[in-house]
Design a protein around this ligand. Structure first.
Ligand code: FPP
Length: 253
């Protein structure tokens, strides 16, 4: 809270009303799109865009943490991204071992806890080692949960969850009626995270791309043309302000 009030005193977001300390979204997810186009527009190879995108992860994580957001889920690698050229896939798979050693001290100092969702199977050992070390290193932290979606696809997540439930029914541990809107989330990889309040997608694409399909039922959506490496704190505040200005009715009047 101290940090939040400090932020209030010192750092009014430019171009609009200050962000209110209340009605901050608990859980924000971001589809970090546009790294490749950003790189190309600067005459650089695509991988330079991914590295710039990686650097931006820290900036937006700190901004979210300072605001009091409880969980930030970042779409870092989808189940479809394996179809990219091998060189690019290899580069993306090495990003965790570049990112965490560089940023873990500051993340820890800010009480950030690392988490991952997605299928471990298929991810290289070195990627998992870097992510697991960061998860272990931050497991007692109580601030923002920084949740990386890696080798994640929502249809796959739903199928795996339902298969697990079916196995539990088969073994007599559960009855089909045990599956309700309340219990369903417990079979998903986002289990235990707050309801998803706000989804941001950068780079001008307006689609969901197999991301958190169940969790998005009542989520507010924010699309921007800005490429991820250029998505700044100010852009983030703009999305938050928009969220705060919306009336969420959940189907009621
Ligand atoms: C989509 O942009 C972006 C990705 C597939 C990778 C996103 C990953 C990061 C930003 C870094 C994650 C950091 C860690 C530590 C795991 P694109 O390549 O599809 O861009 P384009 O649509 O312009 O080609």
């Amino acid at each position: 809270m101290d940090r939040l009030f400090g932020w209030f005193r010192n750092k009014k977001p430019p171009g609009g009303e200050p962000i209110l300390g209340e009605n901050v979204p608990k859980h924000v997810a971001i589809i970090m799109d546009g790294n490749g186009r950003w790189a190309r527009s600067h005459g650089m190879p695509r991988i330079a865009g991914h590295r710039a995108g990686m650097k931006n992860v820290k900036t937006i994580t700190m901004a979210a943490n300072d605001l009091g957001v409880k969980a930030l889920t970042l779409y870092a690698f989808s189940t479809e991204n394996w179809k990219r050229p091998q060189e690019e896939v290899d580069f993306l798979m090495k990003l965790p071992q570049e990112f965490f050693p560089l940023e873990i001290d500051e993340l820890k100092a800010n009480n950030v806890r690392i988490r991952m969702m997605g299928e471990r199977e298929g991810l290289p050992e070195h990627t998992l080692r870097a992510v697991d070390a960061a998860i272990e290193d931050t497991k007692h932290n109580t601030g923002l949960i920084l949740n990386f979606a890696l080798n994640y696809g929502s249809r796959r997540e739903l199928l795996l969850g339902m298969r697990r439930f079916a196995e539990e029914v088969k073994s007599g541990e559960r009855d089909p009626d045990d599956l309700t809107e309340a219990t369903f989330g417990g079979y998903l990889q986002s289990e235990g995270l707050p309801e998803l309040d706000l989804l941001i997608r950068t780079s001008g694409e307006v689609r969901i791309s197999n991301f958190m399909l169940w969790q998005l039922a009542y989520t507010e959506l924010w699309f921007t043309d800005v490429y991820w490496p250029e998505f700044s704190e100010e852009h983030f505040y703009e999305a938050i302000r928009s969220y705060q200005g919306r009336a969420r009715r959940y189907g009621k009047l």
